[in-house]
Design a binder for this molecule. Structure first.
Ligand code: CMC
Length: 439
């Protein structure tokens, strides 16, 4: 983790970093080995008062200080606002890479060569089109359904088309289903969008880029050629890149948790989509736009912020568990928004968003808690300017994040220390008592 070398087997024990704990209940001292600036929680277990005791546990609601795995995919330094994938900064990836290249990077560990990228793109495009019966699945939903409900269900349902996906121990099988899920996700999201507008589905065009085909399947007409507007295709591509992964965020942790039971990739990412749906995670982009609508004018900002400070509501799109400085993704998306607005016209909410950010960043409540704009603060303004309704914002986040989920799911299978995810609890219920039997 934080650049600390691991202990080599030749290193003598006394040279190993360690922590000595004095248990003041017993006076006993316990030596805990430190590796990668981390102690293993199981080293606490022998710390007990009586031999028959269970032993000490670590209590960490929300896993605020618990590492659950080793991962080589994404690095975040929240204090300094740094995000990188496999060592490459998100700023450069968003500027110079297409989503397909970032997908390869997350899965394979290196940027692709030209030849690798060309064949990877072909492989993805071969998977753009989901099975025909998926259209019926989407039709079976009421038209007014929130798209994320449909998408979560569709991701799990897609697994039914590919029963061999249950063979999760076979790397070739895993890879095949990673490609299917990655290739087909834009189509599932487009089907949800078209269901909500009662539009007929549009078939995939394998000649288009991942972002271009995504726009076609949403905005094109059945049977007609579609050429995406280059600036919007580039913006969608960059938005997918910016959302591609974020290490052990709530949804990726869920994907790993579901996958740890050796469930297939479809079930795992469907679980991840459920976690992303919530307003504290990927649902925040939708909540931001709804909040800007409610605020309505820059004059109303001070009153709105006062109510956030009283704890009556949250400033959506602000704050992050890991970032204690500006989220680098928010800066990229803010700059991207200006390019999109040159094509679509400026989003009328932009002035409120900017003034809201400016006022919050000067306010001691937000300064002292290190609350800054996060990835969701400006992304909704772009989707809104492109003409999408708020219910589609979280599905767009899911489309970008799909490859991160899949990379974590796959990496987990290579981890020799992986075990089924199964946290402990502190039991607070009643002790043993007699069952009330009828007299
Ligand atoms: N507005 C007002 N106060 C806030 C906010 C906010 N957005 N976020 C945190 N706080 C306050 C919170 O009330 C607490 O204050 P106090 O110490 O006085 O009790 C303090 O800051 C620490 O907050 P926390 O809830 O303990 O922090 P957390 O790490 O558990 O939560 C968070 C992180 C992202 C859930 C939270 O900041 C939040 O709810 N933000 C708004 C929702 C949002 O934008 N989510 C998207 C996150 S980024 C993309 C993603 O993950 O999908």
């Amino acid at each position: 983790m934080q650049g600390q070398p691991s202990r080599t087997t030749s290193q003598p024990l006394e040279m190993v970093d360690a922590l000595t704990i004095t248990d003041h209940r017993t006076g006993a001292q316990h030596r805990l080995e430190i590796q990668d600036e981390t102690i293993r929680a199981l080293q606490l277990r022998p710390i007990k008062v009586r031999e028959e005791d269970f032993g000490l546990m670590a209590y960490d609601p929300g896993y605020t200080n618990t590492a659950s795995c080793r991962s080589a995919i994404t690095y975040i330094d929240g204090e300094r606002g740094i995000l990188s994938h496999r060592g490459y900064g998100i700023e450069e990836l968003a500027e110079f890479s297409h989503h397909e290249e970032v997908a390869w990077l997350l899965l394979e560990g290196e940027l692709p060569t030209e030849a690798e990228l060309a064949s990877f793109r072909r492989e993805i495009a071969e998977n753009y089109q989901p099975p025909g019966w998926m259209v019926d699945l989407f039709r079976s939903f009421p038209r007014e359904s929130t798209p994320m409900f449909m998408i979560q269900a569709a991701l799990a349902a897609l697994g039914a088309a590919f029963p061999d996906s249950l063979e999760v121990h076979d790397p070739a099988v895993r890879r095949r289903h990673i490609m299917r899920l990655f290739g087909m996700t834009p189509a599932l999201v487009a089907l949800a969008f078209r269901r909500s507008r009662d539009f007929a589905p549009v078939e995939a065009d394998p000649s288009l880029s991942y972002a271009g085909n995504f726009l076609r399947m949403m905005l094109g007409k059945p049977g007609e050629a579609y050429q995406p507007e280059p600036a919007l295709e580039r913006a969608m591509d960059a938005l997918l890149v910016v959302h591609a992964d974020h290490e052990q965020n709530c949804s990726a942790a869920v994907v790993r948790s579901v996958g740890s039971s050796e469930a297939n990739a479809y079930s795992a990412v469907s679980g991840g989509a459920g976690a992303l749906f919530g307003p504290l995670h990927g649902g925040a982009n939708q909540a931001v736009l709804e909040m800007l609508d409610r605020i309505g004018s820059t004059e109303a900002i001070p009153g709105f912020l006062e109510s956030c400070k009283k704890g009556e509501q949250r400033l959506m799109g602000f704050g992050h568990r890991v970032y204690k400085s500006y989220d680098p993704r928010a800066r990229i998306i803010h700059n991207l928004a200006e390019k999109v607005f040159e094509v679509t016209g400026v989003n009328p909410h932009l002035a409120i968003a900017r003034e809201l950010e400016r006022t919050a960043l000067e306010d001691d409540y937000f300064i002292s808690r290190k609350l800054f704009p996060n990835v969701d603060f400006y992304s909704g303004l772009i989707y809104d300017a492109m003409g999408f309704e708020t219910g589609m914002f979280t599905p767009f986040f899911a489309t970008g994040r799909m490859i991160g989920w899949l990379a974590h799911w796959n990496e987990m299978h290579h981890d020799p220390e992986r075990r089924i995810a199964r946290p402990r609890q502190i039991y607070t219920g009643p002790g043993p008592r007699d069952y009330p039997k009828a007299d």
